[in-house]
Design a protein around this ligand. Structure first.
Ligand code: RB5
Length: 159
């Protein structure tokens, strides 16, 4: 069974609670990394948890939710190896997989209703990375993660 981890802050908690059964119904094994209530907490804690869980097991995907999806995506993207996409529409859901090979989907619980969120999640989970010329750009992002300027310039053909 494919695996997926979820994390949210307090603002994202209600949407997370509704999305988890939906994603389970799509035959994913779900791990919920918290938070587990609407009591105020900090989104970087959960962006970090989701990001670390995703990179630990390379095939893992993650869904990270806060009020806007923005803060938690910024935090998750600080974990090397994470490509978190803050998505608000179906086009973004599709192309964050096709072109960016996003491994974390960040959603805004104060932006999306449950039906919009489900549609986005379904599109994101059923779209594959296209590879080809997009792989080079992912490799450039990996070189940025590694702070490896030489490798970045080499891949990007800048020297
Ligand atoms: C919490 O109030 C809110 O700031 C947070 O959920 C998120 O939207 C930040 O980007």
């Amino acid at each position: 069974m494919k695996k997926i981890v979820f994390g949210s802050d307090h603002a994202g908690f209600p949407l997370k609670k509704e999305l988890i059964p939906y994603v389970k119904s799509l035959e994913y094994q779900v791990t919920d990394l918290g938070t587990f209530s609407t009591e105020s907490t900090d989104y970087p804690i959960y962006g970090k948890k989701v990001g670390e869980a995703v990179v630990k097991e390379k095939s893992n995907l993650g869904i990270a939710i806060c009020g806007t999806g923005i803060g938690i995506s910024i935090a998750a993207n600080k974990v090397p190896g994470v490509r978190a996409a803050c998505v608000t529409n179906l086009y973004g859901a599709e192309y964050s997989r096709k072109h960016n090979n996003a491994n974390v989907l960040a959603l805004g619980a104060r932006i999306l209703n449950i039906d919009q969120a489900k549609e986005i999640v379904k599109k994101w989970l059923t779209t594959e990375f296209e590879g080809g010329r997009h792989q080079r750009r992912i490799d450039e992002i990996s070189a940025l993660d590694e702070r490896n300027e030489e490798r970045f310039d080499q891949i990007a053909n800048l020297n």
